[in-house]
Design a protein around this ligand. Structure first.
Ligand code: NDP
Ligand code: MG
Length: 382
């Protein structure tokens, strides 16, 4: 029996993880968390009987307290509650929170020697250097949930790091791969939310449309696999069948393939180091006999360039990139800014901030606050 804590259980990844748990008797849910979807976490709690639950939105805590007053469930709230619940001793934490707020729970789990199934890629972008330091000091493991990183992780099983020539992150190219760049100013929210291959939460769906998602994944890969930037490539593969690849020094390339279904990498992270059977349909090579590849278009998708440059510049650039992206995406979802504003505003934040090479956690907080303040002022002056 594996004891699991799930943060962000009410989201796309969280719900799919619970679908897997529902079908497997080997997992027991120790805790769950959400931001504000109180009805959903109540349903999940009634079904999975966690010992602890946390809701960030404190105004809804009393609903949970009332609902579970006759049950032995610890109810926590706010960011402090999230930090507290993250210290719980479990076999692993699945961090499926979206955005920068997922970073601290990842760090707390690893500091407490708890293995981490990591969907929250923003953790690695905001604090990869801190996370690597923690991992040097203890035995905690990170099992990536992001499909590309799960693919690379699977391809690397049984291999030596010295034998890697390069890793190749694949990406679908998103909904605007074929759209003319001179019509980007006209992109509507509904179009950006319409991803061709994946059904995901709204923030990552917009990240996929701007292709910042690939940029964040590039940084995530750098920190997870410890390879220099010149050994990490990005290739567009519109069918999303090859989830990523590793090329070795002898010219051999390993790829991990399946139909695009996040339950694959989520289940792999849950069952690691074993594999368990799943309901995912077998891939039919004959019916899907076209696998195509192209280079990413950095003029159309400047967010990829911003992310690569932020990694090359190091430290605080990655924090500003991530926080500014979280905020601009929220503003685009709120229809306060246009699609084309997203990279422009992020680039402005990056060029105006004061650089710190390897920020500490306190400095990351300060850089985040600066970015929020600067960006909000900028947008209100537009
Ligand atoms: P969703 O928006 O669907 O879900 C996010 C979850 O986090 C919800 O449970 C939400 O609660 C909670 N949450 C939101 N904001 C906060 C906050 N500030 N503090 C604490 N909890 C919060 O996101 P996804 O499941 O799509 O994505 C989760 C992570 O996984 C992201 O980092 C994403 O990049 C990554 N990922 C997702 C993939 C996918 O297919 N969805 C694929 C690969 C990676 P509530 O429901 O109450 O709002
Ligand atoms: Mg991905």
């Amino acid at each position: 029996m594996k004891l699991i804590g799930i943060l962000g259980s009410t989201g796309s990844i969280g719900n799919q993880a619970l679908d897997i748990v529902r079908l497997n008797k080997n997992y027991q849910i120790e805790y769950l968390s959400c931001f504000s979807q109180v009805d959903e976490i109540i349903c999940q709690t009634k079904e999975f009987h966690p010992k602890k639950i946390c809701i960030i939105d404190r105004s809804k805590e009393s609903i949970l307290v009332d609902t579970f007053k006759n049950e032995n469930i610890e109810i926590l709230s706010g960011f402090e509650g999230l930090i507290e619940i993250s210290k719980t001793n479990v076999d692993f934490m699945l961090n499926a929170i979206v955005g920068a707020d997922g970073m601290k729970p990842s760090i707390i789990a690893l500091e407490n020697n708890i293995d981490l199934a990591l969907a929250n890629k923003e953790s690695m972008v905001m604090a990869g250097w801190i996370i690597k330091e923690i991992q040097k000091k203890n035995e905690s493991k990170i099992i990536p949930v992001d499909s590309e990183h799960s693919a690379i992780f699977q391809c690397l099983t049984g291999e030596s790091k010295e034998d890697i020539k390069r890793i190749i992150l694949t990406g679908s190219g998103g909904p605007f791969r074929e759209r003319q760049i001179d019509t980007f100013h006209d992109i509507k929210l509904s179009e950006a939310l319409n991803h061709p291959n994946w059904d995901m939460g709204s923030k990552i769906t917009i990240d996929s449309a701007t292709m910042m998602n690939k940029g964040l994944e590039y940084i995530e890969a750098y920190w997870l696999f410890g390879l220099p930037q010149n050994k990490i490539d990005i290739i567009i593969h519109p069918q999303s069948i090859i989830h990523s690849m590793v090329e070795f020094i002898d010219g051999s390339i390993k790829a991990q393939l399946s139909k695009p279904d996040m339950k694959g990498p989520i289940q792999y992270a849950l069952s690691y180091p074993e594999r368990i059977s799943s309901e995912i349909e077998s891939f039919n090579f004959i019916e899907n006999n076209v696998l195509s590849f192209e280079s990413p278009d950095l003029d159309k998708f400047p967010c990829i360039r911003l992310a690569k440059d932020a990694l090359a510049s190091g430290g605080s650039h990655q924090v500003v990139l991530n926080v500014a992206n979280d905020l601009t995406v929220a503003k685009f979802l709120n229809q306060e800014i246009s699609f084309n504003d997203i990279p422009v505003i992020i680039e402005d934040c990056l060029s105006c901030h004061s650089f710190i090479e390897s920020p500490t956690l306190d400095e990351i907080d300060e850089i985040s606050d600066w970015t929020k303040e600067y960006l909000n002022k900028k947008v209100s002056n537009v």
